[in-house]
Design a protein around this ligand. Structure first.
Ligand SMILES: Cc1cc2nc3c(=O)[nH]c(=O)nc-3n(C[C@H](O)[C@H](O)[C@H](O)COP(=O)(O)OP(=O)(O)OC[C@H]3O[C@@H](n4cnc5c(N)ncnc54)[C@H](O)[C@@H]3O)c2cc1C
Length: 861
């Protein structure tokens, strides 16, 4: 074993071997993988080996498609077969709601380049005759599904990596990790210490233990998982013989089961409701190639439905039941990337579908390590997406919830109950007393809407407009007509201070930094000129002679942004960044009477002249020390008021009392989001994401190319000079009783005209290199864009995709935002666009100017 390496990958499961292969392929050959036992000694060896491309997050779906397409490549390089069976598969819907869900998934696939097809139960039965099709109302066919040999596949990655120069050390446990002052890692193993620049945690079932070696509690938990194998079945053999084909994979939502052919019999696995964590606190180091005791009672309810839906299987004898553990993060997607607060400590763990996702995870992580950027929008699996609130017990509750709901529909207005409430503000009980329906906002309870007195504060979950529609409308109308108050504790808040703080922010942000007492809005770009942040920044008065800035952003991106800020801080410690999280909370008041209301609570002049639009000031509100921004996301006259939690009840009470004479109402987050729609304001992670450039995102007025050399400036200048290919636009949709939710395809009647690209970007051209050091830009299927193939209907074509939307209650319009080719972005013609909602194409019209207060006069007065 060598004593030095550029990178040490810990763990020889499918994920570790994929990371090793991709690092080697990127040109890093001074790398090694250290495995405690033999390769596949965690969950990889007993996996059912199924793979598929579909995922709720389109960007993760794209990386899954890459994984499937990679298998041929590693087979060729390694000479090791993965035993790939690309059978295709169906998802079976047993109710109209589940069919709506499949329609949505199918519509999404239209711009992801996926060839899914909605089919009848009889068509599904023809491909899997063991089913009783009368149990179903429809199905979706996906040709890119199948199964493989898990062990062969892991070894194929490993052999391919070795051929490219990587070293693999077996039967050697990593027992400790320490870091030198210069950043070098000491990887202490049973066979000695390796000095490494980078360490990657691919520990699978032991990822948590490896995290603990560096003081991190990763939100990952192993769950027991069972599948059964039947004896050979004559029906299967007969089908194979008569059709010359293998039986397809089937996913049955109702039974929470998946099933497919395995040799001459059937494999059937369950995601049962009565699920069970395995080793919930720590994983024994001596666990190896053994299986857990099957517990048929736990899966009996799923089997009962399964045997009813697939009577052919019930008749077969059960040969074996496999019960093995594998790991999940809270939302079922992997934890990938650099861990915030540490240097060169990387994660690729909690990969619950290693054979669907392992390739994409390896590619993204190796890009990140070698080139400083994953090259794709990997937010859906970024290790930074969970906060400190994701403790061991929180994770346990959420993972169990996620596992038991794996095949359940998540409705767009559905809030999941496990591990809640976790964080609450001092107003939590008051909001409950006000009949608020609460939602989870990055671990914090946040009022979503207020149910009428006397009614139960509860969402009726649906794909259609629901019981919150009318109350939200009332909140919006009262706020726009008079004044409303809402909690905004769920924003991210930071303070940046120290000499040179302004220069530091100017280097990071695209807009000029404000003068003292003023506010700017500014995007943040990465080196490739892609959007990685969108902030409100105020310059506070100096403290102790030091420059001081307040920053507000997306709460879910707090760790993601801290990681970026820390990466770019000067090494001399002169600039400090403080993340407040819930040590600073807030309230927003908005509406034409908000100034009069606030004036009653402060001892300074609030007139338009004295406190202008986009002013910032520290002042006492209702007797509490606060910071006040003259800005609101409602796009109306309004204010954001920030205070320490100890003062929040005082300020809220003062607002409520002073507001009585103006007809003040409480409004929730959903009303706020409705109001931002009618102002065409974007949201972070929906409209603005790292796959878009700032001009594509229609953020032009916040990009000051001439101000100084900020990160991403060159790429942004290029985007502007060449003209963006796409543009973010706002639509008014002729919707029926359902509004867009995001990810719907946008159709245009383009006739014979060519409006350029109809492609959704996924990667953004981070340079990468082959084993010989040659640049191979754009060589991966997952990179670049997914062409929208064959989606033409007469003169109509799919030209874009929706990012978010809903009902804009004040202007009484259903609205959507999304991306279309730039050449179409200013075309407001009626009859040009349609947006597909739940499988029905609805007329839509671009709305260049926001329908509410297009001149912005109201917020400025
Ligand atoms: C019953 C069952 C069915 C499944 N079916 C499917 C399926 O159909 N499709 C699918 O895609 N996935 C399936 N999975 C999940 C799949 O097995 C996992 O996604 C995958 O194995 C995860 O791989 P990994 O490399 O992250 O972790 P693991 O396979 O757990 O590998 C981690 C490795 O790290 C090593 N290690 C840990 N700590 C150390 C240390 N300190 N020093 C050295 N080495 C260390 C371990 O020995 C182990 O070999 C199934 C899992 C189970 C249990």
């Amino acid at each position: 074993m060598k004593s030095h390496a550029k990178a040490v990958v810990i763990g020889g499961g499918v994920v570790g071997c994929s990371v090793l292969y991709h690092l080697a392929k990127s040109g890093w050959t001074d790398i090694m993988l250290i495995e405690r036992s033999e390769l596949t000694s965690g969950s990889s060896w007993h996996a059912a080996g199924g793979f598929h491309t579909l995922n709720g997050d389109p960007n993760v779906a794209k990386l899954q498609a890459y994984t499937v397409q990679l298998y041929k490549e590693i087979e060729e390089i390694s000479g090791q077969s993965c035993s790939l069976h690309l059978t295709g598969g169906v998802m079976m819907a047993d109710t109209p709601e589940r069919m709506d869900f499949l329609r949505l998934a199918h519509a999404k696939g239209r711009y992801l380049g996926m060839d899914t097809e909605l089919i009848t139960p009889s068509e599904a039965k023809a491909m899997f005759p063991l089913m009783d099709e009368t149990n179903f109302v429809g199905a979706m066919w996906d040709p890119v599904e199948g199964h493989l040999d898990p062990s062969g596949t892991t070894h194929a990655y490993a052999k391919a990596a070795r051929k490219l120069g990587a070293e693999i050390v077996l039967r050697n446990r990593v027992v400790e990790l320490t870091q030198e002052v210069d950043g070098t890692w000491n990887v202490v193993t049973e066979q000695g210490t390796v000095k490494a620049e980078h360490v990657v945690n691919c520990g699978g079932l032991w990822a948590r233990e490896i995290g603990r070696m560096v003081g991190v509690e990763l939100p990952v938990l192993a769950m027991e998982h069972m599948y059964l194998l039947t004896e050979p079945m004559p029906e299967v053999e007969e089908f194979n013989k008569s059709t010359g084909r293998e039986m397809i994979g089937v996913l049955d939502f109702k039974g929470e089961i998946y099933t497919r052919q395995e040799r001459n019999g059937i494999l059937l696995g369950t995601y049962e409701k009565a699920c069970k964590p395995w080793s919930p606190v720590s994983t024994p180091w001596d666990f190896g190639h053994e299986l857990l005791q099957p517990d048929i009672d736990r899966i009996a309810p799923s089997l009962e439905i399964g045997f009813k839906h697939f009577p052919g299987i019930e008749k077969a004898g059960i040969k074996q039941i496999i019960n093995g553990p594998f790991t999940f993060a809270l939302d079922g997607n992997p934890l990938v990337g650099p861990v915030q607060g540490l240097t060169n400590f990387w994660c690729a763990c909690a990969v619950m579908a290693g054979f669907s996702q392992g390739g994409g995870v390896g590619l993204a992580l190796s890009n990140w390590m070698v080139h400083g950027d994953p090259g794709f929008d990997v937010w859906g699996m970024d290790v930074a997406r969970f906060g400190e609130w994701a403790t061991l017990r929180y994770t346990n509750a959420k993972v169990r919830e996620n596992y038991s709901r794996r095949f359940s529909i998540r409705f767009p207005n559905e809030e999941l109950p496990a591990a809640r409430p976790a964080q609450t503000t001092p107003l939590y009980d008051t909001m409950l007393a006000n009949n608020a329906v609460m939602g989870d906002s990055w671990g914090l309870e946040t009022p979503l809407w207020f149910a009428p007195r006397g009614s139960e504060p509860k969402d009726v979950v649906s794909f259609h407009r629901s019981n919150d529609f009318r109350p939200i409308g009332e909140e919006v109308r009262a706020t726009r007509a008079r004044v409303g108050v809402t909690e905004i504790a769920n924003f991210a808040k930071y303070e940046v201070s120290g000499p040179g703080a302004e220069d530091f922010l100017n280097r990071l942000m695209t807009n000029r930094m404000p003068k003292t007492g003023r506010i700017v809005l500014t995007p943040m770009l990465n080196e490739f000129g892609r959007l990685i942040g969108d902030f409100t920044i105020a310059k506070a008065g100096p403290r102790g002679g030091e420059e001081r800035f307040m920053i507000w952003g997306s709460s879910a991106a707090q760790k993601y942004h801290m990681r970026w800020f820390e990466k770019h801080l000067p090494k001399d410690g002169s600039i400090r960044i403080h993340r407040f999280d819930q040590t600073l909370v807030g309230l927003s008041i908005a509406g034409p009477k908000s100034r009069d209301l606030l004036q009653k609570l402060v001892d300074v002049d609030m007139s338009t002249k004295a406190f202008r639009f986009m002013d910032f000031r520290e002042m006492a509100v209702g007797g509490a020390p606060c910071m006040v921004n003259r800005i609101t996301y409602t796009g109306d006259l309004g204010y954001e008021i920030w205070m320490a939690p100890a003062y929040q009840r005082l300020v809220y009470k003062a607002i409520k009392e002073a507001g009585e004479e103006f007809g003040l109402v409480d409004f929730g987050m959903r009303a706020l989001l409705s109001m931002r729609l009618e102002k065409n304001f974007p949201t972070w992670f929906r409209e603005l994401r790292p796959i878009y450039g700032p001009f594509e995102g229609s953020m032009d007025r916040f990009i000051k190319l001439e101000k100084n050399d900020f990160i991403g400036r060159e790429a942004a200048a290029k985007e502007q000079a060449e003209g963006p290919k796409l543009r973010r636009v706002s639509f008014i949709v002729d919707a029926a009783d359902a509004d867009v939710m995001g990810d719907e395809p946008i159709w245009a009647k383009v006739g014979g005209k060519d409006y350029g690209t109809v492609e959704k970007p996924h990667g953004y051209g981070a340079p990468r290199f082959d084993a010989g050091g040659k640049e191979v830009r754009g060589s991966n299927a997952a990179e670049g864009a997914s062409a929208v193939r064959g989606i033409v209907d007469g003169d109509w074509r799919v030209v874009g995709w929706v990012t978010s939307g809903g009902y804009a209650h004040y202007v009484e319009k259903s609205m959507a935002q999304g991306y279309v080719p730039a050449a179409l972005a200013e075309n407001e013609s009626a009859g040009l666009f349609e947006i597909e909602i739940l499988g029905h194409r609805r007329p839509a019209r671009i709305n260049v100017e926001p329908p509410f207060d297009p001149s912005g006069e109201k917020m400025r007065t």
